[in-house]
Design a protein around this ligand. Structure first.
Ligand code: MSP
Length: 651
């Protein structure tokens, strides 16, 4: 029998900036669902990609002195790298600059035209390039865009229009017949109210920008970026091309996963376009909440984003994925903080999961010769608890209540701990010897519970799940959720802490160090200097222009490294004694230990900011800062082109 298909999509991300936690969240949730559905036997297709056209992108690229495509290529490279690091299992990655996508957009427009839903007119009104959306004057809030408070500008241009107004009733009827189309329920009500308030025809072309898909048959216009972008969900399946097999197999989508800010585009415009084109509508749109910082949406325009690099580098993809799914009630907003992350990391992962596993495995090594007990045991309260947890986990995963699913799993871990305390295997070993069947049964029950935990967390923490399964002597992709699946008499795999405890203090002092470095961002070159060849976007560093006087206040000098050693307990920090020609050497602490060994540094000349206020890093005072180019977080030390006396100034 053919398996049921499950086509899941993320929004396609704008490429005018590097990804942040908000973008990661949508993709990690989609990946978790995709992995879960695969486990449950669905024929899954998982799509993500990038939204590369539009006014915002055109302007960002122009401000940086680069071509939009060059900026897009650079950011797309970063997305690919990030999805690889986060173990995202997308089957395809669509870019709206792909030729296959253009074909899909033109095919969709042709069908809407054939239906008589597109006409030419003149648009006059307010446009928010932040949201790439039109707003009637009555909806503006303090003269700004009502959705996110971005500035708006008055547009007056010739435009093609889509008869959105004709779809008000059909949309309302569709929502009534398919209440599951929009989730969660509160968002369903918002959308219905919005549509009941009346729909105006929608401008779907732009004549004053050029960075977009040309309007079919009219070179003066490009396609409005949201019509362009939404079509990705079908163009990626080959809609509009000669090869439509995937489209026929997977469309309509089972789930479009989006943030609540872009619900209207997905629940109003997109179904109306599809109705006009005579194509089936997606089965569900889920609008999740926002990650907030200081109670505001984290966004590039507000400048309050959390970049994933530091957390990913130090704690790995699994920990970040776990935090996101455990901390946020799917559908609601949540606050992101490093403190919150570290607290959960230590409490749930290092202590809860890590300790339970190492405690049980150590006993099996000790009392059972490092093999799973030879005999399974059926009757225990732990088994009943495990089966109840598996049931709850399934229900809550099916309902996309990830935090509750994880809560259930952690209840099982707590039950394992309580069971160990109650049964006291060490006591049994003492009284009855290590070969006691009772001891073997107790340990089997604990191991089997851990196996179930490993399988249940696999959609969220795939790498950790594989590691734990390997430690239990199981295949890394074991998936059975039936009690008793653990092989008997099999050798345990390699030892090792699943999540080493984080040193919170060390983390914060190292992060402070990193904050002193410039943020890597695909950002502006001097706007007044038009580059004959576009500069590679990643090398451009965000900076406001400063005067020469301001620069002169920074005292840069060359120093010779006399001594270098690692700061204890720190992965990155190295303590240097540097001769700056002042008599006694200066102590400077640098976060360069990832790339340099201390012995490589002695005798080397470096460039130092000599008049920086002293700072204490992991208990060591630093009286200056060394300069290094930073490539994807890796330091490359700067040095003069030939040896100069220590203390020579740099300008
Ligand atoms: N390009 C459009 C989507 C087109 S889909 C046909 C877009 N891109 S975006 O890059 O701005 O945002 C993509 C997704 O990231 C959205 O779902 C948005 O809600 C999500 N997030 C951006 N910031 C966020 C938070 N601070 N928190 C959670 N998710 C948020 O919109």
């Amino acid at each position: 029998m053919a398996r049921e298909t499950f086509y899941i999509t993320t929004p396609i991300y704008y490429v005018n900036d590097l990804p942040h936690i908000g973008h990661i969240y949508t993709t990690v949730v989609a990946d978790t669902i995709a992995r879960y559905k695969r486990m449950r036997g669905f024929d899954v297709r998982f799509l993500t990609g990038t939204d590369e056209h539009g006014q915002k992108m055109e302007r960002s690229a122009r401000a940086r002195g680069v071509e939009p495509k060059a900026l897009a290529d650079e950011v797309v490279r970063r997305y690919h790298e990030l999805w690889r690091q986060l173990e995202i299992t997308n089957d395809d990655f669509i870019r709206t600059t792909d030729t296959r996508h253009h074909a899909g957009v033109h095919a969709l427009i042709a069908r809407m035209q054939a239906k008589g839903d597109i006409y030419k007119g003149s648009y006059e009104g307010w446009y928010c390039s932040g949201c790439e959306a039109f707003f009637p004057e009555t909806q503006l809030v303090d003269g700004k865009c009502p959705d996110q408070g971005h500035p708006v500008e008055l547009l007056k241009e010739e435009s093609y229009f889509f008869r959105l107004s004709a779809y008000q009733e059909p949309l309302l009827a569709f929502y009534r017949e398919h209440p599951e189309f929009i989730r969660p329920g509160t968002r369903y009500n918002e959308v219905v109210r919005f549509v009941e308030g009346g729909l105006k025809d929608l401008s779907i072309s732009r004549a004053t920008i050029t960075w977009g898909i040309p309007w079919p048959g009219d070179r003066e216009h490009v396609v409005y970026v949201w019509l362009d972008a939404l079509t990705n969900y079908v163009s990626a399946l080959g809609f509009g091309s000669a090869e439509q097999g995937l489209y026929e197999h997977y469309w309509p989508a089972a789930l479009h996963l989006v943030g609540k800010d872009i619900l209207r585009f997905h629940c109003v415009y997109w179904p109306a376009f599809l109705m006009s084109a005579g194509l089936p509508l997606p089965r569900q749109v889920f609008g999740h909440g926002w990650w907030l910082r200081d109670e505001r949406k984290m966004s590039k325009s507000l400048g309050n984003v959390v970049r994933p690099d530091t957390l990913l580098e130090r704690f790995g993809a699994d920990a970040l994925r776990y935090f996101m799914l455990r901390e946020m009630t799917f559908g609601s907003d949540a606050s992101f903080s490093d403190e919150g992350f570290l607290a959960r990391y230590n409490a749930d992962l290092a202590n809860g999961l890590g300790n339970a596993a190492s405690r049980v495995l150590a006993m099996v090594r000790r009392y059972c010769d490092g093999r799973t007990p030879a005999e399974a045991c059926d009757d225990s309260a732990l088994r009943a608890k495990a089966e109840q947890v598996v049931g709850r986990w399934r229900e809550t995963m099916d309902a996309f209540e990830f935090h509750r699913a994880l809560e259930a799993v952690w209840e099982l871990l707590a039950a394992v701990d309580a069971y160990v305390n109650e049964k006291a295997p060490w006591g049994i070993a003492k009284a009855e010897g290590a070969s006691s069947p009772r001891l073997q049964h107790v340990l089997y029950n604990c191991l089997e519970s851990l196996r179930l935990v490993a399988v249940m967390v696999s959609p969220v923490m795939p790498a950790m799940s594989a590691r734990l399964l390997a430690q239990l002597g199981e295949a890394a992709d074991a998936q059975s959720l039936e009690w008793g699946g653990l092989g008997t008499g099999q050798a345990l795999g390699p030892e090792g802490a699943l999540f080493p405890r984080a040193d919170v203090e060390a983390f914060f002092s190292e992060v402070k160090m990193d904050e002193n470095k410039p943020v890597q961002s695909p950002a502006p070159a001097a706007p007044s200097a038009p580059a004959p060849t576009p500069a590679p976007a990643a090398q451009l560093v965000a900076a406001e222009p400063i005067g020469i006087d301001e620069f002169a206040r920074v005292k840069l000098v060359v120093g010779t490294v006399k001594l270098a050693e690692r700061v204890p307990k720190s992965k990155k920090l190295i303590r240097l004694e540097v001769d700056l020609g002042e008599g006694a050497p200066r102590q400077i602490v640098g976060g360069i230990g990832d790339r340099y060994q201390p012995e490589q540094l002695v005798g080397r000349q470096i460039v130092v900011v000599a008049n920086l206020k002293p700072a204490v890093l992991m208990g060591v005072e630093s009286r200056g800062m060394l300069l290094a180019a930073s490539l994807d977080g890796a330091p490359f030390l700067l040095a003069p082109d030939g040896e100069v006396p220590p203390g020579t100034g740099v300008k």
